[in-house]
Design a protein around this ligand. Structure first.
Ligand code: F3S
Length: 479
């Protein structure tokens, strides 16, 4: 989308700083200034990387796109599943070779896994110089500088959770894709028994609406027309008189905004007001991610999800009634402690009844410190059984998804072109309903809205052809 994304060494000066002629930038750093950040986890974490880049930019750092030439390597981590942490551990091991070659290099671990393990990470991974949690990023530039100047020893931790830290005043350095991710809420007040997030990100903190709208306007000024509002339970957002419906409407009306998405909502906070805004505001995409986690009331109760399968189904029905043409996606965990064959069958029933357009399906992963770890040992479902259930569920979901997508072949959609496809000569675009379409095009159309006809599907994604010159977008296709 912008030329600087393709260069190797990129000024990390934040957009705000650029516009303000260098506001807050301290000038060239006396010590190594090339920083490489590798990101794992959710969109929130990717947005946190952009935030860290904004903070580091103000201190004169420049971003490099690989670890080879970096003076500082940060691994921004996820703690949601054991698998995610295992990957990061492996990667930290690999990155040691750069540190061995260049002992002055600073290697840091940030994010949710850093918060969860803290000093343990330093003890177990020789060569980790700093560990910083999600509320501590303002301290990073100084900490890195002090380590580089040998003013303090390596092996530092910054792990304070701060109930007031919303990173107001920090401009993210956006560079990924054609959508601007805007965090509206950090942390989480729910206590789903399987989830580590409240323990590594603290309680819910909502940003001021004025700050969010200002950030949206900045994103437009930087060339973005699609924004994705982010929060752990984004639709529980509340700030003074503003609830999420009010915020969503205001963001969708910012001049220059053509598409707004949000993730991840909690089913309980899908209110009539929110559905009204989704139905009325043309810029709000008809797409909703509605994590159900299980179709069994017994399991939902043990998960402390605070809804029943029946209540969830009623929410789905209201959503489809109020917002015709909406695409729904979900998250499901199989093999939660105590899940029986009958519970799993209830999940299959719910999946068959809702027929989600997309689903993220996982096996339960035991997270130290979460309430679910305290269920009796006999409740834990074996890997073998949870693996079989997962495979079964994936099969059911894929068959449904294929049927839905096959029924859409032949229809016309507007896509926002995101990037080149793997197949040479093709680009990938995303429909309002968040479905991916590959169609002929060259990189010059990345960032454009184009009309396409869906000509086929792999089951999960689509092939398409351009309509006319393809640039007559702006209509609401596929109602
Ligand atoms: Fe996201 Fe993983 Fe943290 S999913 S909030 S990066 S635990």
């Amino acid at each position: 989308m912008n030329a600087s994304m393709r260069t190797n060494l990129v000024s990390l000066q934040s957009p705000g700083a650029r516009r303000a002629g260098g506001r807050g930038v301290r000038g060239p750093r006396p010590l190594g200034s090339r920083v490489y950040i590798e990101t794992y986890g959710c969109q929130m974490n990717i947005n946190d990387t952009e935030l860290m880049e904004g903070l580091l930019a103000e201190d004169g750092f420049v971003r490099v796109d690989g670890p080879e030439r970096a003076d500082v390597i940060l691994v921004n981590t996820c703690a949601i599943r054991e698998h995610a942490e295992r990957r990061v551990r492996g990667r930290i091991g690999e990155l040691q070779r750069y540190r061995k070659r260049r002992p002055e290099l600073v290697l840091g671990v940030t994010g949710c896994m850093a918060q969860r393990l803290g000093p343990r990470l330093i003890e177990e991974a020789a060569g980790v110089d700093l560990v910083a949690g999600p509320d501590a990023y303002r301290g990073l530039p100084d900490l890195i500088g002090s380590i580089q100047a040998s003013a303090i020893e390596r092996g530092q931790t910054l792990l304070e959770l701060d109930a007031d830290e919303n990173y107001e005043g920090v401009d993210s350095v956006r560079r990924q894709g054609v959508s601007a991710w805007i965090t509206v809420q950090r942390g989480c007040d729910h206590r789903c028994t399987f989830c580590i997030v409240p323990y590594v990100r603290g309680g819910e903190k909502n940003r001021a609406p004025e700050a969010i709208l200002a950030e949206t306007r900045r994103a437009v000024a930087d060339g973005f027309s699609e924004v994705v509002l982010l929060g752990q339970t984004v639709n529980s957002y509340r700030a003074g008189d503003w609830d999420f419906a009010t915020l969503l409407r205001a963001v969708s009306r910012v001049d220059g905004i053509r598409r707004v998405r949000f993730t991840s909502p909690h089913p309980n906070d899908v209110t009539p007001d929110l559905l009204g805004v989704m139905a009325e505001e043309a810029a709000v995409c008809r797409q909703l991610h509605l994590p159900v986690q299980s179709g069994s009331n017994r399991v939902l109760k043990r998960m402390v999800r605070r809804y029943t399968a029946e209540a969830f189904l009623a929410r789905v029905e209201a959503t489809r009634r109020e917002v015709p043409g909406i695409a729904l996606s979900t998250d499901v965990i199989v093999g939660f402690p105590g899940e029986t064959e009958a519970d799993f069958a209830a999940t299959l029933d719910l999946m068959r009844s809702v027929r989600f357009d997309d689903a993220y399906l996982y096996r339960y992963s035991k997270r130290e410190g979460t309430p679910a770890t305290r269920f009796p040992a006999a409740d834990f479902v074996s890997d073998e059984v949870s693996g079989e259930r997962l495979e079964h569920l994936i099969g059911v979901h894929r068959a449904i998804q294929r049927e839905i997508n096959e029924s859409e072949v032949g229809s016309e959609r507007e896509v926002l072109v995101e990037r080149e496809a793997r197949s040479p000569g093709d680009v990938l675009g995303r429909t309002e309903q968040n479905k991916v379409v590959a169609f002929p095009g060259d990189p010059t159309v990345i960032g454009d809205y184009m009309g396409v006809r869906l000509t086929g599907t792999t089951g999960a994604t689509f092939m398409g052809e351009r309509l006319g010159d393809g640039r007559e977008g702006g209509l609401r296709f596929g109602t």
